[in-house]
Design a protein around this ligand. Sequence first.
Ligand code: PAF
Length: 282
Amino acid sequence: MIKVVSAVKDVRAVVNEWKSQGLSVGLVPTMGYLHEGHQSLIKRAVAENDRVVVSVFVNPIQFAPNEDLATYPRDLEADKKLCDATGANLIFHPEPAEMYPDGFSTHINMDGLTKELCGKTRPTHFGGVCTVVGKLFNIVKPDKAYFGQKDAQQLAIIKRMVQDLNFDIEIVGCPIIREADGLAKSSRNTYLNTEERKAALILSKAVKLGEDMVKNGETDSKAVIKAMSDLICSEPLAKIDYVDVVNALTIEPVDVISGEILVAIAVYIGKTRLIDNFMISC
Ligand code: PAF
């Protein structure tokens, strides 16, 4: 069974040994409760690196006090099986005190890209993400690190951080993995009851509608946002957090759809907040 280490010094010892043999290292940062979306990242990392580390850490500092840190799903045994079956070599599973010991005082904060989309309702979230990912990069020192495009804003932010802070790491974005009926895979889907699970399909339907409109030549962001919002509002259990059209690299809102575009949504289904998106180059 795959080895699990919880101390920074232990993951460093393993990775240093690999590096001394000239082996390349891929990192897949996760919060655990792994599903096929994570598995696709691990598969890609296994295909592109000699050794793969999966971090499993529910990062407390990316949750606001009113969010789901306490209830976030956890199942390390299942995670170990999935990592093992997928060919990963090491799980890094630290306790919060290992990552944030007493006296911890240094945070990575980013302007610009963190302010729109999820940053509006989760203003402290991306600072927590950047800080933990920066720490993971320094601990594991991977050659490549893998992130899902479902969290498109997070992916853009990590790419920016790597560029701004000169991390010598290639960031690999991987496609959204969906259930057979279209719902984007997410650890938070487990919060949905049967009725909410059906209602949650409105997200992927709205994404499909928006994507079809843009592919058919619509260039007015407002028209796309309105059509997608109207569709989401037709589902009684859905409440929109945002439907936005932004530049995929800068996450700045755009009026005219042209260039690298991200159309992103966040929708509450009951109490569960889900996200989805599509990216298009036009
Ligand atoms: O996407 C996630 O699961 C988390 O935000 C990450 C990148 C593992 C940081 O905690």
